[in-house]
Each structure stands twice: as C-alpha cells, then as structure tokens.
Design a protein around this ligand. Structure first.
Ligand code: SAM
Ligand code: SF4
Ligand code: SF4
Length: 371
C-alpha cells in the first residue's frame, strides 16, 4: 500500500520584505508584470478558518484541532486591510473578492465591507466588491451584507444530493441550508448570484446534470471548476480531474448550449448559455485550458502576505511593511515594484511543477491564501 504523506506545518510563512525603490514615483495603474499583465483584481483572505472540511481543500486529517491556525495578532486588522485595499485601488485594482477560509466566520465582516465599499478608483468609481462563501451563514447574514455595500456573492456547492454533499464537506452539512442561504441572498436583493461546483472525477461527476437541472431557470449562474492541485494536502491527482469540455458535452446532450463572449478580457470562466433561454453556465478550466497569460490577480493572505499566484510557494511580507510606519506612497511603490517583477504562470507549467516534489509540498494552502 502506498502511504499518503501529509506535511503538517504552520501556514504563516512570512516571505521577504517587499523592496521599496529609492526613487518613489506617483501611484498609477500602468504597472505591467514581466508577461505584460496589469494588476486589476485583489483577493483578500480574511480568515484561515472554516466550518467545513471539504476533502479537496481542508481535509480533516490535516486540519484537525492541532492545526496551527493563525493567532489573532497575526491577522491583518480591518484598518490594515482597508489601507492596503485603498492603495491597491490607486494602482488599478477594480475588483476585490473577500474569501478565506470561510469569510463569513470573520467577526464583524460587515464592518470591513462597509469600509471597503467606500473606496473609489482613481476614476471615481466604486470597486466591484464581492465575496465567495460556502453559504452556511447566508441565512443569518445576507441582509447585513447587502446593507454594508457588498455587491455580489458567489456560493460554493458541490452537489445537490445530500449524501454526496455531506461526504464532500465532511461535516454533515445539508444541501438545504445552502439552498436556503442562496434564497436569503436573493431576498436581500443580491442579483447575479453564482454557484461554484468543484468537479472531482469519481466523487461528484454524477451531480453535474442534477445541478444543471436545479439551477436552470433560477437566475443563478452555475460554474463548474476543475479540481486543482492547490496546496499540499488535498492529495491531488490528474486522474481525478474531469475536463470542462466533458462537462459541457454532458450538459449539451440534454440541454443544448451555445458559447457566449466573455464579459471582459481576463474573465476566467468560459460562458455558455442554454439555447432555450433558461440561463447561463460557466466553466473554469484551470487545469485543461490555462489562462495565466491574462491573469491580473494578486492575493493577500490572512496575515498580510501578498501572493502573485495561487500556486506560489512564498508571498511578500506586506504586514511587516504596514506595521513599520511606511507611508502609503512607499507601500504603493513596493506593490508596483513587486508586481513589475512577477512572472508566475504555474498552470502553464503544471506538467513540470507537479512532478517536482520539492515544489509540490511547499505550495500554500487555499484556505490560507484565499481561493
Ligand atoms: N469557504 C469559501 C467557499 O468555499 O466558497 C471561500 C474559500 S474557498 C477556498 C474558495 C473556492 O475555492 C471554493 O469555491 C472552493 O470550492 C474552491 N476550491 C477549494 N479547493 C479547490 C481545489 N482543490 N480545486 C478547485 N477549487 C477549489
Ligand atoms: Fe472551507 Fe471553502 Fe475550503 Fe470548503 S472550500 S473547506 S468551505 S474554505
Ligand atoms: Fe494566475 Fe497563477 Fe492561476 Fe496562472 S496559475 S492563472 S498565474 S493564479
């Protein structure tokens, strides 16, 4: 029998201090990385904790009561998150997604949302402020989130069958509560709600059609995500990836589809609509059709490390910079400098990286860096 070795380590990994150039320039949104990609999106992880134990993300055997979660003082405060987000907006970021862990577990998250909703881009527009959640707290929190200024919500749901869903979240959480959470979000006034389903071959591919059926005509856009090799503990295996092309073929056979143009350049989901007008679906093919060439996204971990790629092994320590009395202009220059040296394109090189055992077990966990 081959034993699975699961590395256990503290997920706080302070990276190098970002460099502040000697000559400071004015903050601007024209910085391109080494592959000519601008910085447009920021994902902020507000907690590394979660009330689910999805087997592909936070497997129970690793994320147990002995797991070294971040301590309160290691987390960025709301003021620190706001300050960084504001700086990022001056640098061309137009969209912020709050994530985690489970972002709705962060105490007073609605206060942070109110603060972030006040940030304007240099052109005077509000940020596109959105959040990804497992839906478990939406019944309780949807109205507060809406009032606080959250614009959009994405809910993760991997099956419509209770037994399969419970097996995947591994905490016996029922589908009905997530569906009620989605209804609560609709009732609170959220529109354009998206549902993300991670498809794992051999685990939930039989749920593709039932999920499609359930969400047709609902106004909710269902998106199928290929199971990714994020982190070092989910036992990823290419054999468990069902290519998005197969998902589309499977649905098309029952409910004919046609492709739709992207909403904007750099949109990660490929869009399809039902020919009978009953709605839209999307596929995110991170493994079989990489989109690194147009990836404009940075990620801020719960403890203030800036990651330039979901699959990076190290971030840049903006928390220490924030706490060392640097000015906004100095921090903005550090971000511009960091971004201008970015060359990450992990998915394009996946075939090389997944075979590199040294890299494979140094990748940071998705619950820490934010999905
Ligand atoms: N807890 C929240 C949730 O589940 O929506 C937010 C954080 S979660 C890390 C963000 C998204 O990442 C979820 O939609 C989840 O399904 C997805 N995800 C986590 N691990 C993944 C993996 N190995 N492959 C593909 N997607 C994954
Ligand atoms: Fe929690 Fe989301 Fe990861 Fe599931 S995918 S364990 S809900 S952080
Ligand atoms: Fe962006 Fe990295 Fe994903 Fe490529 S692998 S799309 S660079 S986050």
């Amino acid at each position: 029998m081959v034993e699975r070795v699961i590395p256990i380590r503290k997920e706080t990994r302070e990276g190098p201090l970002p460099l502040i150039p000697e000559t400071l320039s004015e903050a601007h949104g024209r910085t391109l990385d080494l592959r000519h990609r601008p910085l447009r999106d920021l994902r902020i992880s507000v907690t590394d904790r979660c009330n689910f134990r999805c087997t592909y993300c936070m497997p129970k055997e690793v994320f147990d009561q002995n797991y070294p979660y971040l301590a309160q003082q290691e987390l960025l405060s709301f003021e620190e998150i706001y300050r960084l987000a504001h700086i990022f907006a001056t640098l061309g970021v137009e969209k912020i997604r709050l994530t985690g862990g489970e972002p709705l577990l962060r105490k007073d998250i609605e206060k942070l949302i109110t603060m972030l909703s006040e940030i304007k881009t240099p052109k005077g527009q509000s940020l596109d402020l959105t959040l990804t959640t497992n839906g478990s707290l939406l019944q309780k929190k949807s109205a507060q989130l809406k009032t606080a200024g959250l614009q959009r919500i994405t809910v993760s749901l991997d099956a419509i069958d209770d037994a399969i869903f419970k097996k995947m979240n591994d905490v016996d959480y029922p589908v009905s509560d997530v569906l009620n959470g989605i209804e609560a979000a609709k009732n609170a006034g959220f529109t354009g709600i998206k549902v993300n389903m991670v498809v794992k071959k051999g685990t939930n591919e039989q749920e593709i059609l039932p999920m499609a059926k359930h969400f047709r005509n609902s106004g909710v856009t269902l998106r199928f995500i290929e199971f990714m090799d994020v982190g070092s503990s989910n036992g990823w295996n290419l054999a468990e990836v069902l290519p998005s092309a197969d998902v589309i073929a499977m649905i098309h056979e029952h409910f004919p589809l046609e492709q739709v143009d992207p909403n904007y350049s750099g949109e990660v989901a490929q869009r399809w609509r039902y020919q009978d007008g009953s709605g839209e679906i999307g596929v995110i093919s991170s493994v079989t059709q990489t989109f690194c060439h147009e990836c404009t996204r940075a990620r801020l971990s719960t403890d203030g490390q800036l990651f330039l790629c979901l699959f990076a092994t190290q971030g840049f320590d903006f928390k220490t910079l924030l706490r060392s009395g640097k000015s906004d202009l100095e921090i903005a220059n550090a971000v511009m400098h960091t971004w201008s040296s970015r060359e990450d394109r992990y998915s394009e090189l996946r075939h090389l990286n997944t075979q590199d055992p040294k890299r494979a077990d140094r990748k940071v966990e998705m619950s820490y860096i934010g999905g």
